[in-house]
Design a protein around this ligand. Sequence first.
Ligand SMILES: [Zn+2]
Length: 291
Amino acid sequence: MKKNKGNVLTIIICIVVLIAVCVGGFFLIKHFTGIHVSLNSDTKFDITFDTKANVKADETPVPQNWSVSMPIFMYHFILDDYGPYPDTENFLKPETLDEQLKYISENGYQTVFMNEFDKLYKYEKPVCLTFDDCFVYFYNNAFPLLKKYNQKATIYVITDYINGENYLTEEQIKEMDESGLVEIASHTCSHQYLNEMTREEQLHELRDSKQRLEEIVGHEITNVAYPTGLNNDTTVDICEEYYEFGVEMLGGTYNSLVHTDKYRIPRIYANRTMPLETYISYLEQAKVRIN
Ligand SMILES: [Zn+2]
């Protein structure tokens, strides 16, 4: 009798240990492989793989505390000859942009889009290249250089000008958007001074330009540059509804601890006569700090 009792106890202990090993093993497999095993009503094993293991590279956890110092350069036209135009400083030679992109590429700087603004903790030395007005010169002279160096830029498009003389066509805008190297953003419909407009007029400029660009590229447009940087509280009020970020014209290197208004982000004017040394001194301010 005593012997039988001992056997029963041994069997019970074995069963308990077996169950514990099975349950523990199941959870370990689930945790480390991302494989989900479930028994459904048809008593078939239903095995699915989630993407947890595969997307880790792009799922950098958001650090609790991070800040960034980043030069955001503002360009206008990339063209050798500025012709009869009086604003000669706005016309950067393609060879100058080539020189700058070469330096960026060879020195570990990382060009980012304006729409990556809240994900900058993923980078070490981010820099943003933005182009206002653009015209077809961007497509002809700057876009090939971005492809040459595999670098990114954000361009601010005036939507009333699309398909017009010397301006970008819808096809060019779409092609650049699809290249993954160019972020399309709004520079309003007509490029008039927003701060001199009524609320209704500003609403048209900001909302309708966004809508037009979204129809062309087929996805959301999140950034705007105010023509000549001018804006007022009404501008910001409207942008809070339609955009995530708004850039001004001047103001030096962006610092997230100082420039806390995301609708008044400063930029650095990359003009025709800026020496490469000056450009580099701005680049050297690029830094992400994670605390
Ligand atoms: Zn402009």
